[in-house]
Write a protein that binds this ligand. Structure first.
Ligand code: G16
Ligand code: MG
Length: 217
């Protein structure tokens, strides 16, 4: 069976993590507290409501379900204002080259993102045409580290989890891929990426050859 590739969006293909961080920080500050960059690492790959709950917890705050909906949508309005200005320059190094190589080799490509805003981002950055399947925060009910998002992507690509290689920058996403019985390539800092099958600083270090080599171990 042929290999299939599933890409996380934020932190792997595009640099939207800085916008999430800015918007969440602004929200925490408006509630009278702050959180660290190390804490921010834990938010990566985690869906919007779960992220808010973690942040409120750090600030020692409790909010009703209704208040949480309001806070999450306030954060999202700030975030969307930022991503609406994104350009193709914000595609991370190596993304275009690798996606082009995979596509021309006939490898199936899916998106496996927690974001409900993936379609705006893919449009603004001109990446949408690479994907055979898109699974994002609008089509799943659980948050990474649950494997649902990646299992759904495998299903949409008509392949089995063991044929899939996931590209992830977040610990929650790495855990999700492993729980789904997939191979996972960690993108970014080694200290935040335990248990991956391979680590690269960005996609410019990845070739089809390196991906295929993962199958045999
Ligand atoms: C991304 C980010 C997370 C964010 C989540 C939901 O996931 O890494 O920080 O909370 O999406 O985003 P939104 O609020 O736009 O629905 P991924 O899976 O693309 O890394
Ligand atoms: Mg990510």
């Amino acid at each position: 069976q042929q290999i299939a590739c599933i890409f996380d969006l934020d932190g792997v293909l595009v640099d939207t993590a800085v916008y999430h961080y800015k918007a969440w920080k602004q929200l925490a500050n408006s509630l009278g507290f702050d959180f660290t960059q190390l804490q921010n690492e834990q938010l990566k790959g985690v869906n919007r409501m779960r992220s808010l709950e973690m942040i409120l917890d750090w600030g020692g705050m409790q909010k009703s379900a209704e208040e949480k909906e309001e806070l999450a949508s306030l954060k999202n309005s700030w975030y969307v204002a930022m991503i609406n200005k994104m350009t193709t320059d914000e595609v991370l190094p190596g993304s275009l080259t690798l996606l082009t190589e995979l596509k021309s080799s006939g490898i199936k490509i899916a998106l496996g993102s927690a974001s409900k805003n993936s379609s705006i981002i893919l449009q603004r950055t001109n990446l949408a045409h690479f994907f055979d399947a898109i699974v994002d925060g609008n089509s799943v009910t659980t948050s990474k580290p649950d494997p649902e998002v990646f299992l759904k992507a495998a299903e949409m690509l008509n392949t089995e989890p063991e044929n899939c290689v996931v590209f992830e920058d977040a610990q929650a996403g790495v855990m999700a891929a492993l729980a789904g019985n997939m191979k996972v390539i960690g993108i970014g800092d080694e200290e935040h990426l335990k248990e991956t099958h391979l680590i690269a600083k960005d996609l410019s270090e990845i070739t089809l050859g390196k991906i295929l080599a993962l199958r045999n171990n």
